[in-house]
Design a protein around this ligand. Structure first.
Ligand SMILES: CC(C)(COP(=O)(O)OP(=O)(O)OC[C@H]1O[C@@H](n2cnc3c(N)ncnc32)[C@H](O)[C@@H]1OP(=O)(O)O)[C@@H](O)C(=O)NCCC(=O)NCCS
Length: 163
């Protein structure tokens, strides 16, 4: 089923194509809009009035506060050293790894095709450029770009010149 029974959808959530998403065990805040081919895993939490654009992957361990924009094809992660198997060649199970958290603070925006490494915070009102690979926490209101992402600007209006 594309939206499992254990998903909590608050009032006014819009899922444009409910048959073309994969949501399970997650919590979606009121008024949030979710595009096509989005996957949101168990225990991920999305705030109110967010926009989650098509093809994005939001994994367990991710918390997104209110008013956040997630562009197309944004990839979150929750395992820094992923592996399919144990040393003996058998498949890893749930007990073989630790889910690492990520926090996206209120009003932040994440550009299309960005990859967000785990154990970091994207600050309030920050902007992640398209295609960035975010490896460290992003300060509030910073614009970060590149691989690895570096601060290249601010989303705050420039201060007036001191003449
Ligand atoms: C980062 C961003 C906000 C910068 O926009 P801007 O302030 O108009 O910047 P400019 O286009 O004037 O570019 C300034 C410099 O940053 C570089 N740059 C712009 N976007 C970049 C990106 N995504 N990654 C790396 N470098 C980037 C430009 O090449 C330019 O470099 P230069 O000074 O060496 O020539 C914008 O390019 C961006 O990525 N926005 C997100 C778009 C998106 O994903 N939208 C999602 C929904 S459609």
């Amino acid at each position: 089923m594309p939206i499992k029974d254990d998903v909590i959808l608050e009032e006014g959530v819009v899922i444009f194509h409910p048959d073309l998403v994969n949501l399970y065990g997650c919590h979606i805040g009121s008024g949030t809009r979710i595009g096509t081919f989005v996957e949101i895993q168990s225990d991920a939490r999305i705030g109110a009035n967010c926009k989650i654009q098509s093809h994005s992957f939001i994994c367990s361990g991710v918390v997104i506060e209110d008013g956040v924009f997630v562009g197309h094809g944004v990839m979150f992660t929750n395992d820094r050293f992923p592996a399919a198997t144990r040393a003996d060649g058998t498949l890893q199970g749930a007990d073989d790894w630790t889910c690492l958290p990520t926090l996206v603070r209120r009003g932040a925006s994440i550009g299309s095709n960005a990859t967000i490494l785990p154990e970091l915070t994207i600050g309030e009102g920050a902007l992640v450029a398209a295609g960035a690979v975010v490896t460290k926490s992003v300060p509030d209101h910073a614009i970060v770009a590149g691989v690895p992402a570096r601060v290249v600007g601010s989303t705050l209006p420039a201060a007036p010149d001191q003449a």
